[in-house]
Ligand binder design. Structure first.
Ligand SMILES: *Cc1c(COP(=O)(O)O)cnc(C)c1O
Length: 392
């Protein structure tokens, strides 16, 4: 019998496990109001309550909710008031949404190689870099590059993680972005959020995300004399309500992950061909990250875990230099926009053409942890993981 069946459940990521009709007071509240548009009323909307809660929880000055993490990245980039064709340095290993956000703003992504921990290596950044997106992947905290005008921290996979100085991931740079996609630490199906410590940046983002307006809640949008065009990224009350419910469980989820991380680490087989990627104290312990001696062993481990119904994933899919959008400079526009604005020459920064990164990714495997399990369940799960890994 597979682990999932033995525990009587399928694998659900993190926050999704906490969705429960008996606990949806915020959602009931907005349905009772029969108003799902955040700017319909002058009083505090659910979306504003969410933003207030998140800003306090993460120690950020401002928060702004949007539809998804990709939109959050776009809004951060747009708020820097770039020129078409400006360069944005992004990690060579991350979800392609980061590249899509850059390109869809008319900007040109430059792929920067990652270090042993798979985070963007700030040492590779040129001295004139102005815009950098760094991604905190798999609950880790990447180094936040210093001395750069606009550093955007993509925290889609690392909500709740803390930098070595104790600040929350997302609060060290110009702005931080979060996602509430199904697979993330907290979920509303789709959902996104930005935090920033810069009031002017927040004002630009808030305006652009609501048709370029300076709307007063409860009123039709109003445009100042210096208004620019915008789009509509305004979140919805029922989505904010689910996100508020999820945030009530964030501490519990992070603690559950910490506890299962310790339980699993205790039981990992001691094999010379297997190492565990170290995690910092401040990481959100969303998974145990394993590195095998060879790709064949890694693939055998995937098979052994999968056969036992144990969720697992690899990170090969994140190698952007091999993504068709980059290999073919693909665009939906007939004229190739914005690649037709790219400077001549390769748009990559790597010491070895990504050879080491390819090798690291080939041998890496992540086993996600289950914060919702009681200790006994975590021990059962850890033993199943142990047995699967011993079989390899
Ligand atoms: C999920 C994810 C995104 C995109 O978030 P969406 O809400 O799905 O748009 C961006 N960056 C990273 C690293 C992600 O994992």
């Amino acid at each position: 019998m597979t682990l999932g069946k033995r525990l009587g459940q399928r694998f659900l990521p993190y926050g999704a496990n906490y969705l429960d009709w008996s606990d949806m007071s915020e959602l009931r509240e907005v349905i009772d109001q029969r108003v799902l548009f955040r700017y319909q009323t002058e009083g505090e909307s659910m979306a504003s309550r969410l933003e207030r809660t998140v800003a306090a929880r993460l120690g950020a000055r401002h928060a702004l909710a949007v539809h998804n993490g990709t939109e959050a990245l776009r809004l951060c980039l747009i708020s820097t008031r770039p020129s078409v064709g400006d360069l944005v340095h992004i990690p060579a290993v991350t979800f392609v949404a980061v590249a899509g956000a850059v390109l869809s703003c008319g900007l040109i992504p430059v792929l920067v190689d990652v270090d042993e921990s798979l985070s963007l290596d700030p040492a590779l950044l040129p001295p004139d870099a102005r815009r950098v997106i760094t991604a905190h992947m798999e609950g880790t905290v990447a180094p936040v590059p210093e001395g750069i005008e606009y550093v955007i921290e993509d925290c889609a996979q690392s909500l709740g993680a803390r930098l070595p100085d104790g600040r929350h991931a997302g609060t060290a740079g110009y702005a931080g972005t979060f996602s509430f996609h199904h697979n993330k630490v907290l979920t509303s199906g789709e959902g996104g959020l930005i935090v920033t410590g810069d009031p002017a940046a927040w004002a630009r983002m808030r305006g652009y995300h609501d048709h370029g307006s300076a709307r007063v809640p409860g009123h039709y949008p109003a445009w100042n004399d210096d208004a620019h065009f915008g789009e509509n990224f305004v979140t919805s009350e029922e989505v904010a309500a689910v996100q508020c419910q999820q945030f009530r469980h964030l501490d519990e989820i992070l603690a559950g992950l910490e506890s299962m991380y310790a339980v699993v680490m205790d039981r990992l087989p001691d094999r010379p061909d297997l190492t565990v990627l170290p995690r910092a104290a401040g990481d959100a312990k969303v998974s145990v990250r394993l590195r095998w001696e060879s790709r064949a062993l890694r693939d055998a481990a995937v098979a052994a875990l999968t056969a036992r119904g144990i969720a697992n994933w690899t990170l090969d899919k994140y190698l952007l230099p091999e993504h068709p959008v980059f290999t073919g400079r693909r665009s939906i526009y007939a004229d190739g926009f914005p690649w037709n604005h790219a400077p001549a020459g390769p748009l990559v920064l790597s010491r070895d053409g990504f050879a080491r990164t390819r090798d690291l990714l080939d041998r890496t495997l992540c086993v996600p942890l289950s914060p919702e399990l009681a200790e006994q369940g975590q021990i059962v799960a850890a033993k199943a993981i142990q047995q699967a890994l011993e079989e390899v």
